[in-house]
Design a protein around this ligand. Structure first.
Ligand code: GLN
Length: 450
């Protein structure tokens, strides 16, 4: 059966370290139950899906790849997971990622790094590295990740597959472990646009358990994909001439823009002078939100407890649990977040970053008054070697320059695989963003260009 085939592939590709847990027996049983039904259960009957280890699944462990959640079992399922299961999906396991989704390489995981199946000496990208590689290597049909600043689009780009981050609030965040609540969104990895469209259609929409989810009607994306329409596409020349961008990537994106123009789409440059503010604003706001979200992990309520729970005094108890439970990158961000929120610095950092966020949102909404899409690279480089950037967190942060703008402004973004790097043959693609809730146009256009 299909499930058996995937289980064998997962076993054969264990070295990739994409899965942290495989639900072999459960998936077999569910496949059998589905087989016995007279009519298919739903739109996803028998579709084999992997989920990132930050998404709750009732009765299953979820750890955000952190020691601090070691042994913690979900008592409910994320709304997204409930909806997949209701349509007949089979969840085959949970997937490796950076701790609390903080990172760009999947090297910040308590389970260790994930290898890129295109070149096993290279990183998968992150933070949803396991989700990307699982689809890249054919270990499941589609997978879920989360995207707070590019964690779906960037690893998809590094692995040569599609990565969709929907509009903020399109898919319920209920049951998604929070990193930065006003940025987080569940995203989809797939090899075809049709698959991404179908999953989005199943998961999106109103939910009583998430007050930030939108009740904007959900189109039947998978059936309404348009063909042959001509679109208006904007690009930032400053983004394509950025010194940090690999010239091969810049050239590939430019040549694609020229192709689209010759095919009758409108392609125009829009000047953008805010590039240098994007990453700082993102890291100020997300670390602030993370500091607050992560304060709940104190060793009392969930998972890991230091020194077998021997309590001396309360301060030491908390300190020990958090010191031993969190990894280095998470601690760095908790410190950063506390710093930018502290009374003496709040106005200098947090308030300023909020202003940048508002300015960016206004700028993008002006652009989307005139254009269907904004085209950007996804990442300034292809997947790099394991360990290459671990010593330089700031360099790692700056590489988020092209993706975080979608989360700062809430618009949807999609990474589409189109190219192979001439020097190292690694896959890469480009990224498209649209106005809020215009996933249908994004998916339609991508369907036509792939
Ligand atoms: N690389 C970014 C970060 O480390 C993005 C993470 C994400 O989208 N979860 O914050």
């Amino acid at each position: 059966t299909t499930v058996e085939t995937y289980l064998q592939k997962i076993e054969a590709q264990k070295q990739l370290n994409a899965f942290v847990e495989v639900y072999a027996e459960e998936a077999r049983t569910r496949a059998k139950e589905l087989d016995q039904l007279e009519t298919p259960q739903g739109k996803l009957h028998g579709v084999v899906i992997g989920i990132k280890d930050v998404i709750c699944h009732k009765g299953h462990e979820v750890t955000a790849a952190s020691r601090i959640l070691e042994g913690f079992t979900s008592i409910f399922s994320a709304t997204a997971v409930e909806r997949l299961l209701a349509e007949g999906a089979i969840i085959i396991g949970r997937l490796n990622c950076d701790e609390f989704a903080m990172g760009s390489t999947n090297e910040n995981s308590v389970y260790g790094k994930v290898l890129n199946a295109a070149d096993e000496t290279r990183i998968s990208g992150g933070s949803s590295g396991g989700s990307a590689v699982a689809v890249q290597a054919g270990l499941c049909m589609v997978s879920l990740g989360s995207d707070t600043g590019g964690s779906v689009r960037q690893p998809a780009d590094f692995c040569g597959i599609i990565g969709l981050k929907p509009t903020y609030g399109r898919i319920s965040r209920f049951g998604l472990i929070a990193y930065a609540s006003s940025f987080d969104q569940i995203g989809i990895f797939s090899t075809t646009v049709a698959d991404a469209a179908l999953l989005l259609e199943v998961m999106a929409g109103a939910d009583d358990f998430d007050s930030t989810v939108s009740n904007t009607p959900v189109p039947a994306y998978s059936r309404e994909l348009e063909t042959g329409k001509k679109y208006k596409i904007a690009y930032f020349p400053e983004a394509l001439s950025h010194p940090g961008l690999d010239p091969e990537i810049s050239n590939a994106v430019k040549s694609k823009l020229a192709d689209w123009k010759s095919q009758g789409h409108t392609v125009e440059e829009v000047h953008f002078d805010l590039l240098e503010y994007i990453v700082p604003a993102y890291y100020i706001l997300t670390t602030a939100e993370a500091t607050s979200n992560l304060s709940r992990y104190d060793g009392v309520k969930y998972g890991f407890r230091a020194n077998k729970g021997a309590i001396t005094d309360l301060d030491t108890f908390y300190k020990e649990n958090r010191s031993q439970g969190f990894g280095w990158e998470v601690k760095r961000r908790i410190m950063l977040g506390n710093f930018v929120l502290s009374s003496g610095y709040y106005d200098a950092y947090f308030t300023q970053a909020q202003k940048v966020r508002r300015t960016l949102t206004n700028k993008l909404s002006l652009i989307f008054n005139d254009f269907d899409f904004l085209c950007l690279p996804t990442s300034p480089s292809v997947a790099f070697k394991i360990g290459e950037k671990m010593e330089d967190p700031v360099a790692m942060y700056i590489a988020d320059i092209y993706t975080v703008i979608a989360n700062l402004t809430g618009v949807p973004g999609i990474a589409v695989p189109l190219f192979s790097h001439p020097d190292n043959h690694m896959p890469f693609g480009l990224q498209l963003m649209s106005a809020h809730f215009n996933e249908l146009s994004l998916l339609s256009f991508c369907n036509n260009i792939l």
